[in-house]
Design a protein around this ligand. Structure first.
Ligand code: PLP
Length: 495
């Protein structure tokens, strides 16, 4: 099945879409149709391991990949996870509340679900498309994506990955995760300034024809691993099917029964994958879009008006600190019956800093599926405490935002449909914030992030994951710091 762009233009194969990242004209690649998975097959999936479920769903999207290619890529990607279930579903209470844990990959955040696979798909795509240049993947990160991309691309032949992170603005653990990265083809560069400086710099580099031509002359093709790449979206659809299959396997639901998903949302990639699963026939009830104080999406789902003109807040769930959610474009495309001209007009408004309004009919259609809420930092901390007290389950701040949004939804509506809270990070990845929420500021005063994790672990009788615990003792392999105007130069200097 070919892929088409949300802003019009020629259809492409999956491998072309994965190498290109973004479509010409700035559009995003989407499937030309959604391949149905019927209820019989869903029931069969209950007996399958994660890799087989994942491969089955990916096959529907990756038209020019052989089943064996997908199968071995998936096996290799998820073989690195620290639990055999890959994405286990935990029961939280007797009222039909479950947690889908997506943080068992090497970097302890849900980005691994896609970024362990994307480099393998990209590598295969290079052969399919006859790309002989080296794939040079550039990433600007506010924390989680950079490390996940580095882990995914490290030592993948024919690829190179350079990550820019803001010198102020990532946690100590996040910084160490990146600067200790192994792999001869990985590069990590600190940029003096904030995330926007790094992000703007990368965008400028992609848009600089002289730079791009210079790289081409050296046999390098620029590429991107951010969440608009279709190769990141497709693997995320699979875990919604997997969660449903697990609930069937444990008898928690009956075949065909609807399930709600509450998703902590930033760039709208994760929750969009759930919507794709629904369009493929997964019995999804509501998709609950959970934001932090950066509540532009919650307002949009309530009013149909997307208005990014508002203050930007730094919160304790930083991976959701975002005001322009790029994957929303893919939902808009479906909501307006794939009217690309309309998408172009809305995206132009956004680019020019104006609001856009999808109108009452599309708002109604969206609200049949989507509900939304936003949760401030104080309430997020309360929720971490409350879930630990009531269920002895430790949540990271992003997950807690979704858990609270679900509690509020149930209170507001009385709707008792079984629901899955999608958990996007290990609590130890945000150990300082979680320790503060649970134990109070005075207890952690003067401690570094690692001491916070140790205290959290001993207080909760849990173990700090090895990939966090080992960080302070790993050799630092990357120690370049530059000013934003020097980013292109830094890339040219990479041999
Ligand atoms: C990236 C991320 C999110 C947001 O996911 P989107 O797909 O951008 O909506 C939420 N939580 C964590 C921990 C993340 O790393």
């Amino acid at each position: 099945m070919p892929l088409i762009s949300t802003r019009g233009g020629p259809a492409v194969t999956a491998s072309q879409a994965i190498l290109a990242g973004i479509a010409t004209g700035g559009g995003l690649y989407v499937p030309s149709a959604f391949c149905p998975i019927d209820s019989n097959e869903l029931r069969q999936m209950a007996d399958w391991p994660y890799a087989r479920r994942g491969a089955r769903i990916l096959q529907t999207f990756l038209d020019d990949y052989a089943p064996e290619e997908i199968g071995s890529a998936v096996e290799a990607a998820y073989g690195r996870f620290d639990v055999p279930e890959v994405a286990p579903v935990r029961k939280l209470d007797d009222d039909g509340t479950y947690v889908l844990e997506l943080f068992h990959g090497p970097t302890l955040a849900f980005k691994d679900m896609a970024l362990q696979l994307l480099p393998r798909l990209a590598r295969l795509a290079m052969d399919k498309c006859g790309e002989e240049r080296e794939l040079f993947v550039l990433v600007a990160t506010s924390g989680d994506t950079g490390k996940a991309a580095l882990e995914g691309f490290a030592d993948v032949p024919g690829t190179r990955c350079a990550v820019f992170y803001p010198s102020q603005g990532v946690s100590e653990a996040q910084r160490l995760q990146m600067v200790t990265q192994a792999g001869a083809n990985t590069h990590v560069i600190a940029v003096r300034g904030n995330f926007d400086d790094a992000q703007t710099g990368v965008k400028r580099i992609f848009g600089d024809p002289v730079f791009v031509a210079g790289m081409d002359a050296r046999g390098r093709a620029l590429s991107s691993a951010n969440s608009i790449n279709f190769g990141r979206l497709a693997p995320q659809v699979a875990y919604y099917f997997s969660a449903y299959a697990d609930l069937l396997a444990t008898g928690s639901i009956t075949p065909g029964q609807r399930v709600h998903f509450a998703v902590p949302t930033g760039n709208f990639g994760n929750i969009l994958a759930a919507e794709y699963a629904r369009r493929m026939g997964l019995p999804v009830g509501k998709l609950l879009c959970a934001s932090n104080s950066n509540n532009v999406l919650a307002d949009f789902i309530h009013t149909g008006v997307y208005d990014a003109r508002r203050p930007f807040y730094q919160t304790i769930s930083p991976s959701m600190d975002i005001l322009v959610s790029s994957n929303l474009e893919r939902l808009l495309f479906e909501l307006c019956d794939r009217d690309e001209g309309r998408v172009v007009r809305w995206m132009l408004a956004l680019k020019e800093g104006r609001p856009y309004d999808i109108g009452p009919e599309r708002l109604g259609a969206m609200r049949e599926v989507f509900a939304a809420d936003w949760i401030d930092d104080q309430t997020t901390c309360d929720t971490i405490q409350r879930v630990w007290r009531d269920a002895r389950y430790l949540m990271d701040p992003h997950t807690a935002v979704a858990a609270r949004a679900l509690m509020n939804y149930r209170e507001r509506t009385g709707d008792r449909t079984p629901a899955v809270v999608v958990s996007t990070a290990s609590p130890f990845k945000f150990g300082r914030e979680v320790a503060r929420a649970l134990l109070g500021e005075t207890l952690i005063q003067g401690m570094d992030d690692f001491a916070c994790c140790d205290l959290l672990a001993s207080s909760c009788n849990l173990a700090v994951p090895p990939s966090i615990a080992e960080l302070p003792s790993l050799p630092v392999r990357h120690n370049t710091t530059i000013d934003a105007p020097g980013m292109a130069e830094a890339l040219r200097n990479i041999n």
